[in-house]
Design a protein around this ligand. Structure first.
Ligand code: C2E
Ligand code: CA
Ligand code: CA
Length: 702
C-alpha cells in the first residue's frame, strides 16, 4: 500500500528519499557492473575460442590437406581442456565435415560452413567462431567452434551477488549515518514547533524562537520571530485600544448612572435598581422601604445664595444621608433637591421610622457654610414593599404622596403612606378625571366675597372664588380641586375662564351703577405657562374695564418659586395698571425680600395670623410689624378671614385697612352681592359683640 507522501513527517520523507536514492543508485551500479562484466567475460571467451581455433587450424592443416579425418579428430580432442566449448568441427575445403568434437555426448547441432574469413557470432546461449584454415594463403578448410554461455552467465551472477552484498552493507551504514544527520535538520524544527505551540497556548507574544543555524531552518526561525514582533505590536495596540474603550465605557456608564454634583447614583440608575429590588421581594421573605426626601424651600436657597452654593449644599446633604444609612441601603439623587432611598428589609414599621428619623435629623444639623450656619430641613415620604405596594410604579407614587403629605404637615418631618392616603389618592384620581370635562360641561361658577374698607364700612372690592358643582358629588370646594388642576395643568384654562367671568361680572355691576373692584386668584402655573398679560389686556378691552378695577392675587409661594421671566411678566402687568396682591401672606415662607423685587401693591394677611386676635400677644405683635412694614413699602393691606367683631374692631384700630371675612359676608352669589351692594349703600355694619357672624346672615346661601 503506498504511503501518501504529504502525510509523512519530514523525517519520514527524508527516510523515503534516502531509500529511493540509494536503491536506484544500487540498481544502476549493479546494472552497469553486470553489463560491463558480461562484455568483459564475452571478450575473454571470444579471445579464448579464437586462440583455440588458431591452434587447431595450424595443427590440422596437414590433416585437411591429406584428408586425414582421424588426425583431425585427435587434434580436436584438445578442446576437452576448454569446458565452455560444446562442439568443434573441422571442415574440409569443399565444406564437408572432416572431424567433429562433441563434449560429453551432448546434442549435435548443425555446423554449416561460413565465409572464408574469421567470423564470430554471439547469441543468447551460444557463441560461435569460424576460422578458415589456410596453407600458403590458400583456404584449405575451416575450424568451427561453438561454446556455451552458461559459464559466462554464472560468473556474472556471482559477481552480481558480491556487488549486492557490498551494496547492502553500504546501505545499512548510510542509513545509520543518515539518521544522525537527519537529526541535524529536524531537531531545530522540533524546537521551533515547540515554541510555536507554547505561544499559541499561552498567547504570550513576547517569546521568541531560538535561531540555531543559518540555513533554511534558521531563516524560518528568523521570519517567525519577525512575525511575532508584528503580532506583539498588534496585540499591544489592541490591548491599548481595549483599555481606552473600557475606560470610555466606564465614563459613559458613570455619566448615565451617576449624578455629577453629589456623585450619587442618578434617577436612571435608581429606577433600574428599584425595579430589581421590587422584583426580589416577589420571591418572598424579602422586603424594602422606599423613601422620598425633599429639601424644604431649596429653591429659594438656590435663588438667594446662587447655584454653586446650592450644589455644595446638596453635596453635603448627600454625604449626610449616606452616613445616616446602613451600607446595604441605597441613596440616589432623584433630581433637583429630591433624593430617593431604598432600605433593605426593614424588620418593622418601627425600624423604618428610625431610619426616617435619623435621616431627617441628619439634614437638620446646621451646616457650616462659608463661615456661617445654614439651616436646612427636609420632608420625607415612605412606602413599603410589599406591604403597601408590590409594583414599582405604585410604590413610587405612594412614597411621593406620603412626601407631599409630610410637606403639607408643615415640613421637616416624614410620613408613611397610609390607607387614608390611598383613599384620598383614589378620590383625587376620580376628581382629576371629572375635572377634565367640568369646564366644557359648565360645572363651574363663581362666588364673590366682599372686602370692606374699615373706615367707611363700605364694600370696596370683591374676591372671585371658584366653585365646582359636580353632577354626582355635589359642591366641591377649591381646596379639593385647585391643587389637582395645578398638577394637571388644567388650572390654565380654568383660570382664564375665572378671569373672563369675573371681569364680565365687574362690567355688569359697573353698568348697574354699583362699581366694585374685582380680585381674581392666579396660580403659579398660570403665571408661568400662560400668556397672562395678553389675556388680561384682551379681557379689559373687551369689557372696557379700568385696569385699576382689577387685582390679581398671587400666593407668596408662587412668587418665591418664580423665575426672572415671571418677574418680567408681573412688571408688565403692573405697567398695564392692574394691581398685584400677595395672597396668604404669613402662611408659610415669609422672606419679605421678594416684596421689593416684585411690583406688589396689596398684601393680604393670611387668616392664620388673624385668628389669634386680639387676645394672642405674639399674634398682635406680628400683625403690627407687618402693618408697619406695609406702610413703609406703601402697600395696601387686606386682613383675611376676619371672623369675629372683636377681630374686626382690633384691626379697625390700624386703619386704613381693608377687611374680608365671614363676620362681614361669606362668598356670595351675584344676586346676593347685587342686593348687598344696593342695600345700605354697600355698607355692612358689624354685628354687635357676641352676635352670630355674617356666615349665617341671610346673605350666605344655605
Ligand atoms: P384664598 O384666596 O385665601 O381665598 C379665601 C378663602 O378663605 C376662601 O375659601 C374663602 O371662602 C375663605 N374665607 C373667607 N372668609 C373666611 C373666614 O372668615 N374664615 C375662614 N376660615 N375662611 C374664610 P375658598 O373659596 O374655599 O377658596 C380656597 C382657596 O382656593 C382660595 O384661598 C384660593 O387660594 C383658591 N381659589 C379659589 N378660587 C380660585 C381661583 O379662581 N383660582 C385660583 N387659582 N385659586 C382659587
Ligand atoms: Ca385669594
Ligand atoms: Ca388668601
Amino acid at each position: 500500500m503506498p504511503i501518501p507522501l504529504n502525510k509523512q513527517s519530514i523525517a519520514g520523507k527524508l527516510n523515503l528519499i534516502a531509500l529511493a536514492v540509494s536503491c536506484s543508485a544500487m540498481v544502476l551500479v549493479t546494472l552497469l557492473i553486470t553489463i560491463a562484466s558480461y562484455f568483459n567475460y564475452r571478450n575473454e571467451l571470444v579471445l579464448e575460442l579464437s586462440g583455440q581455433a588458431r591452434i587447431i587450424a595450424e595443427n590440422s592443416a596437414a590433416a585437411v590437406v591429406f584428408d586425414d579425418a582421424r588426425n583431425a579428430a585427435a587434434i580436436l580432442e584438445a578442446l576437452r581442456l576448454t569446458p565452455e566449448v560444446e562442439q568443434g568441427v573441422v571442415h574440409a575445403a569443399n565444406g564437408r565435415i572432416l572431424a567433429r568434437y562433441v563434449r560429453d555426448h551432448g546434442p549435435v547441432t548443425d555446423m554449416p560452413p561460413a565465409p572464408a574469413v574469421e567470423t564470430y557470432r554471439v547469441g543468447w546461449r551460444h557463441a560461435e567462431l569460424y576460422l578458415p584454415i589456410t596453407v600458403d594463403s590458400e583456404v584449405k578448410g575451416a575450424v568451427h567452434l561453438r561454446a556455451s554461455l552458461a559459464g559466462l552467465y554464472s560468473r556474472v551472477l556471482v559477481q552480481l551477488a558480491m556487488v549486492w552484498a557490498v551494496a547492502l552493507v553500504a546501505l545499512a551504514f548510510a542509513f545509520v549515518l543518515l539518521a544522525r544527520l537527519r537529526r541535524l535538520i529536524t531537531a531545530p524544527m522540533a524546537r521551533l514547533i515547540a515554541v510555536m505551540e507554547d505561544i499559541s497556548r499561552d498567547r504570550d507574544y513576547r517569546k521568541r524562537a531560538p535561531v540555531e543555524s543559518r540555513d533554511e531552518t534558521g531563516l524560518l526561525a528568523n521570519r517567525f520571530n519577525e512575525m511575532l514582533s508584528v503580532v506583539e505590536r498588534h496585540q499591544q495596540e489592541l490591548d491599548h485600544e481595549l483599555t481606552v474603550r473600557r475606560r470610555t465605557e466606564e465614563q459613559l456608564h458613570r455619566l448615565a448612572n451617576f449624578d455629577a454634583v453629589t456623585s450619587l447614583p442618578n434617577r436612571h440608575y435608581f429606577n433600574q435598581y428599584l425595579r430589581n429590588a421590587v422584583a426580589r421581594t416577589a420571591r418572598g421573605r424579602h422586603s424594602i422601604g422606599l423613601m422620598f426626601l425633599d429639601v424644604d424651600h431649596f429653591k429659594s436657597i438656590n435663588d438667594t445664595m446662587g447655584h454653586d452654593a446650592g450644589d455644595r449644599l446638596l453635596e453635603e446633604v448627600a454625604r449626610r444621608l449616606t452616613a445616616a444609612l446602613r451600607p446595604s441601603d441605597t441613596v440616589c439623587r432623584f433630581g433637583g433637591d429630591e433624593y430617593a432611598i431604598v432600605f433593605e428589609n426593614p424588620s418593622s414599621r418601627e425600624d423604618a421610622r428610625h431610619i426616617a428619623e435619623r435621616v431627617i435629623a441628619a439634614v437638620r444639623e446646621p451646616i457650616l457654610f462659608d463661615g456661617r450656619e445654614i439651616f436646612l430641613t427636609a420632608s420625607a415620604g415612605i412606602a413599603l414593599c410589599p406591604a403597601d405596594a408590590s409594583e414599582t410604579h405604585t410604590l413610587l407614587r405612594q412614597a411621593d404622596t406620603a412626601m407631599y403629605q409630610a410637606k403639607d404637615s408643615g415640613r421637616n418631618t416624614y410620613r408613611f403612606f397610609t390607607d387614608d392616603m390611598r383613599l384620598r389618592a383614589q378620590k383625587r384620581l376620580s376628581i382629576e378625571q371629572s375635572l377634565r370635562r367640568a369646564l366644557g360641561q359648565g360645572e363651574f361658577n363663581l362666588l364673590y366675597q366682599p372686602v370692606i374698607d374699615s373706615i367707611s364700612s363700605r364694600i370696596v372690592a370683591v374676591e372671585a372664588l371658584l366653585r365646582w358643582q359636580h353632577p354626582e358629588i355635589g359642591m366641591i370646594g377649591p381646596d379639593e380641586f385647585i391643587s389637582i388642576a395645578e398638577d394637571t395643568g388644567l388650572i390654565v384654562p380654568i383660570g382664564e375662564w375665572v378671569l373672563r367671568k369675573a371681569c364680565a361680572q365687574a362690567r355688569i355691576w359697573q353698568t348697574l351703577g354699583l362699581p366694585v373692584a374685582m380680585s381674581v386668584n392666579v396660580s403659579g402655573r398660570q403665571l408661568r405657562e400662560s400668556d397672562l398679560l395678553a389675556t388680561v389686556r384682551e379681557v379689559l378691552t373687551q369689557h372696557t374695564l379700568d385696569p385699576a378695577m382689577l387685582t390679581l392675587e398671587i400666593t407668596e409661594l408662587a412668587l418665591v418659586d418664580g423665575t426672572h421671566a415671571t418677574r418680567d411678566k408681573l412688571h408688565q402687568i403692573d405697567r398695564l395698571g392692574v394691581r398685584l396682591a400677595i395672597d396668604d401672606f404669613g402662611s408659610g415662607y415669609s422672606s419679605m425680600s421678594y416684596l421689593r423685587r416684585f411690583p406688589v401693591r396689596v398684601l393680604k394677611i393670611d387668616r392664620s395670623l388673624i385668628h389669634g386676635l386680639p387676645g394672642d400677644h405674639d399674634g398682635v405683635a406680628i400683625i403690627e410689624a407687618i402693618i408697619a412694614m406695609c406702610r413703609s413699602l406703601n402697600l395696601n393691606i387686606v386682613a383675611e378671614g376676619v371672623e369675629t367683631a372683636a377681630q374686626a374692631r382690633h384691626l379697625q384700630g390700624h386703619a386704613p385697612i381693608w377687611l374680608q371675612g365671614y363676620v362681614y359676608a361669606a362668598p356670595l352669589t351675584t344676586d346676593e352681592l347685587t342686593q348687598l351692594l344696593r342695600a345700605n349703600g354697600g355698607r355692612i355694619e358689624l354685628p354687635a359683640e357676641g352676635h352670630a357672624p355674617a356666615r349665617v346672615l341671610p346673605f350666605r346661601p344655605a
